[in-house]
Design a protein around this ligand. Structure first.
Ligand code: UDP
Length: 327
């Protein structure tokens, strides 16, 4: 039986492939290599360079991979700022891809899918931490596209015998412990990679976006989840569905928030580098605090966070310092 990993050459998908293989799963990968990297997928893994929106090409993959036990779906655009500039592109790729995947799953009678949703579906939450009961009110096209995907999955699972788990990630960071795969975006926008690129001297300084938020030190607070913990949740979710678990949604975070300045200090400690920083203006659309309540994932999936911020930054540093220019 095969787990088909859609977007398996991307940052999260490539770690899923790696950990699935290490746990003895048979894996095949689909990726259009627009943001993914062929080098991030081990040579022996069956690889299809296909855009999931191309339904005919995706159907051919399902024809060849006769024994698909479930899908993990990671292919989506995921930058909030970019989505504000190019909303149609986000809906086309994220929602369009999802339509095609659901149609092909139904055609080939594939029963289970675990997919990446996001804390961005919640928008600016009224209270913190954010549980599955918190209302979802996205404030950007990226979050909206993922919420639409969740809703499409819901209706599809009601109409057919397909079941799904939506995993709403908070701030994913980290890398494989040996530093061989990690985060490599063309235009990096995320806090931890930018801090580490500054530690490497590839940037002169990091700008912290605003210190007038309603938080203890005035900088935004986020909940960082380690890549290995995140993938563990996907595997637990797939096993849960295979065991007959009903479709559901889970918020995935460590349930602990760190301010941007705390992240910077931790990175200084881990790397031993000075990491020059400047205080800048707020970045539009940043909520003060996003912290997950992941109690439900613990109760239903038996998932518990193992790794904290230091571990996350240690592994991310192994990747960045050994691959300063990415793949
Ligand atoms: N951030 C920052 N400087 C940067 C990049 C990000 O101060 O160069 C802040 C950003 O404003 C937010 C936090 O770091 O408060 C996390 O941002 P990131 O883009 O990593 O993730 P997001 O929370 O947007 O998903």
């Amino acid at each position: 039986m095969t787990v088909l990993v859609l977007g398996g050459a991307g940052y999260v998908g490539s770690h899923a492939v790696d950990i699935l293989l290490s746990r003895g799963y048979e894996v095949a990968v689909v990726d259009n290599l627009v943001t993914g990297h062929r080098e991030a997928v081990p040579a022996g893994v069956r690889f299809y360079e296909v855009d999931v929106r191309d339904k005919d090409a995706l159907s051919k993959v399902f024809e060849q991979e006769k024994n698909i036990e479930g899908l993990m779906h990671f292919c989506a655009y995921s930058l909030v700022g970019e989505s504000m500039e190019k909303p149609a592109m986000y809906f086309d790729n994220n929602v369009g891809g999802c339509i095609s995947i659901l149609e092909v799953m139904q055609e080939f009678d594939v029963k289970h899918i675990v997919f990446s949703s996001t804390a961005a579906t919640f928008g600016i939450p009224e209270s913190s931490p954010i549980s599955e009961k918190t209302p979802q009110k996205p404030i950007n096209p990226y979050g909206e596209s993922k919420l639409i995907m969740e809703q499409m999955m819901k209706w599809q699972s009601e109409a057919t015998d397909m079941t799904y788990v939506a995993l709403r990630y908070f701030n994913v960071a980290g890398a494989k412990g040996d530093g061989s795969i990690g985060e490599a975006h063309k235009n990096e926008t995320h806090l931890i990679p930018i801090i580490l690129q500054t530690a490497l001297g590839k940037r002169d300084f990091i700008t912290i976006y605003g210190d007038d938020y309603k938080t203890a030190d005035g900088t935004c607070v986020r909940d960082y989840i380690d890549m290995e913990d995140l993938i563990d949740a996907h595997i637990k979710a797939l096993e849960y569905l295979k065991a007959g678990g009903k479709s559901d949604q889970f918020n995935l975070g460590s349930s602990k928030g760190y301010s941007n300045l705390e992240v910077l200090e931790t990175a200084r400690k881990v790397t031993g580098k000075e990491i020059p920083s400047k205080m800048g203006e707020r970045r539009p659309g940043d909520p003060d605090e996003l912290v997950a309540d992941s109690t439900k994932a613990g109760e239903i999936l038996g998932w518990h966070v193992q790794n904290g911020l230091e571990h996350i930054i240690e592994n991310a540093w192994k990747w960045h310092s050994s691959h300063p220019d990415g793949y």
